[in-house]
Design a protein around this ligand. Sequence first.
Ligand SMILES: Nc1ncnc2c1ncn2[C@@H]1O[C@H](COP(=O)(O)OP(=O)(O)OP(=O)(O)O)[C@@H](O)[C@H]1O
Ligand SMILES: [Mg+2]
Length: 534
Amino acid sequence: MLVVKNITVKYKEKVAAKNINFEVKEGEIVGLIGADGAGKSSTLHAIAGVKGFEGEIEYNGYKYHSPKEAEKIKDRLSLMPQGLGLVLYDLLSVREHFDFFRGLRGIRKDPEYEKRLLKMAGLYEFQDRLAGNLSGGMRQKLSLILALLHRPQLLILDEPTTGVDPISRRELWDIVDNERKENGIIALISTAYMQEAALMDKIMLFDEGEIIAKGTNEELIQSIKDYTYEGEIECDECMSFAGKTYSLKDLNLKKTTPTLEGLFFVNALKKNRKMPKIKLEQKHTDTPETVVKAVGLTKKFGNFIADDHIDLELKKGEILGLLGANGAGKTTFMKMLLGLYPIDEGELYLLGEKINSYKDRIKLKSKIGYVSQRFALYDDLTIYENIKYFGKMHGLTSEEIEKKAEFFSNLLDFKDYLNFFPTDVPLGINQRFSVAVALLHDPVVLFLDEPTSGVDTIARASFWKFMRELKEKWQISILITTHYMSEAEYCDRVVVLKRGKKILDDTMSNIHKNYPGMSFEDVFIKLVGNNNED
Ligand SMILES: Nc1ncnc2c1ncn2[C@@H]1O[C@H](COP(=O)(O)OP(=O)(O)OP(=O)(O)O)[C@@H](O)[C@H]1O
Ligand SMILES: [Mg+2]
């Protein structure tokens, strides 16, 4: 049994979580949800004994009040911190990580269990690969199975499924579920995927450092059913996302069954928070009709083919979703488009020009914006300083930079964090300001590698409104990857990769015609199936 009694967690003067109370019984899985910066990580860190706190925590009768006192339960607990594979060593292989963590935890090898973990993570056949050469989601899954290696009784996972594909997310769930049934573990899991939270026994909604709602999925959904309508509309006192509209006032529209995502919107409406108004001025660009044309692009790493003869076209003003399970080859493909990896075979045309050399790219640099999957800006500059630095690099004046910082921080809602260092802010905030930096120089084409991973529901909703505006008003073309299958609905077209091969390339409207009555997530799972076996 875990009892958290009135704990408060502070960072210097800032209160990150206050008066947090809850109880978890053996075998229970509890989900923590809430906006970026709402206090989930701070609470988890206090329980895991890595962060000081006021108040008391009791685990199986043992009471602790500080990280020092928590030492006593460390061998029974496991914390997986937020971020893509933070606990990994780039120069150790998957197998070496297992050896290293076994040694660290002082445990013996259990080949059957390890095999199961590796299979679930889709890493069984990649045991010799260096962690530095794994895809983002593969890194995340390796961190996760390492956290499970010593079979902890108290499992604390901070957004373990950020960047993890929908199929692996289900497998992860099965493992945790099994551990709780067989071994009665307690799991505390924060997540930005509400479908996942819905599976948990109990869900706690954090907001501004407090738990403002607690209950089962059913109970929480009941609480918002009067405010949830079908379809998306524009209005002043409502919010829309993923095919639903939320409003406290009666809208005279058809009501629909809510999902947990709605909790965020209804709570925001109750607190009188507004989504930023996203309206851009119409702008004409003389971009060619085809912005990217890839013909048979291929990338090999030794004998391994990461991208196998991929054809892809991105049109002017089109939003193209590049989807696929972890390790399917999405990031590698983008890196070829950007010239970050040499192209082994195939032809590439960018903005109408055939790319043969580095020189061809230099000319186009100012027209392309890129957000990489791994945070790639400066950790030792504040968010504002980063914006300034990259703005200057693109030749913007101080006034222009000032204006853009103001515009983007309002639009993408990271204003409160401008003077923070990237290491001190939630993952979702870094993702958002990376998007702003990629847009500073007014590119006409954007390559966005999981810009919404780890970003909270409301911020994702505004992000997609913004993408639509960029497309419609500025005719910007966007190639984007995501593991939120519901976001595919915002794309005009999707390309699905499976183990380096293209298996689908069609418009969303055609896909819905061809798979009537199925959500895109179902279509995806049907097509990609078990990524580990053909
Ligand atoms: N430098 C490298 N050396 C060897 N293999 C690599 C290297 N870079 C990538 N790979 C492998 O290529 C495959 C595709 O990786 P990629 O990062 O493109 O996947 P992804 O589709 O972006 O996945 P994710 O959803 O996890 O981000 C993976 O198996 C990865 O381990
Ligand atoms: Mg990737």
